[in-house]
Design a protein around this ligand. Structure first.
Ligand code: AMP
Length: 228
């Protein structure tokens, strides 16, 4: 299966992609993680990406597309993959289709994890991040054992600048503005699956698997074909 995951920040894409990647045995890639790793390594690409990421803006398409292309070509696309955080706009979606066409395959499905704005605000504005190791907590759902102290390393926890309620709402609207046309693009292609992202992590994974099973029958060799 060749899948892309869509959804606003805080929808749980990263978490679900990691789970599905393990269950389905597919390699996955998060463009956000690639940029964060480049920043940590101090590379030129990292410096460039950081200037956009700090402002909550998208990294220019040409840069992102090259990274995705390189990753897909290195991994090989025949046995399937999952992308997290790509595509973020229609140009990126088109470029992916072109690239896959050149490689002789097609995208299987685009999965949109649907979480309403108020829930996103509740999730992200209560998030606490460790200054030292980056571990993530939530004031209400996953509080640290000691007030504002990391359970793992004991360092101070803080609220990220972009997790403040006003910024979270802006990030949500920026995402929706860019992504709504991407949803239409995949809906027209008959590839869009919308999954309710409310509830527990396992509950959401089950919903995604159920949607995929409903739409695609599994061959004995582990590959999938569309039903009907
Ligand atoms: P994420 O971890 O997916 O929330 O991404 C963090 C940041 O990385 C985003 O706010 C963008 O600045 C950048 N980024 C990640 N994926 C893309 C993409 N497909 N296109 C443009 N920018 C991206």
């Amino acid at each position: 299966m060749r899948l892309v995951f869509l959804g606003p920040p805080g929808a749980g894409k990263g978490t679900q992609v990691k789970i599905l990647s393990r269950i389905l045995g597919l390699p996955s890639m998060s463009t956000g993680d690639v940029f964060r790793a480049e920043i940590a390594s101090g590379s030129e690409l990292g410096r460039l990406a950081q200037s956009y990421m700090e402002r909550g803006e998208l990294v220019p398409d040409d840069i992102v597309i090259k990274i995705v292309e390189k990753w897909l070509k290195e991994r090989g696309v025949r046995n399937g993959f999952i992308l997290d955080g790509y595509p973020r706009n229609v140009r990126q979606a088109r470029e992916l289709d072109e690239l896959l066409k050149d490689l002789g395959v097609e995208l299987t499905a685009a999965i949109y994890i649907d979480v309403p704005e108020d829930e996103i605000v509740r999730r992200l504005s209560g998030r606490l991040t460790c200054k030292s190791c980056g571990a993530v907590y939530h004031i209400a759902f996953n509080p640290p054992k000691e007030d504002l102290k990391c359970n793992l390393c004991g360092s101070e926890l803080y609220q990220r600048e972009d997790d403040r309620e006003d910024v979270v709402r802006r990030r949500f609207h920026v995402y929706m503005e860019n992504t709504r046309p991407v949803l239409d693009y995949y809906r027209k292609a008959g590839k869009l699956l919308i999954v309710n992202g409310l509830g527990g992590i396992e509950e959401v994974s089950e919903r995604i698997l159920k949607e995929l099973r409903g739409r695609f029958a599994k061959f004995s060799d582990g590959s999938f074909r569309a039903n009907g």
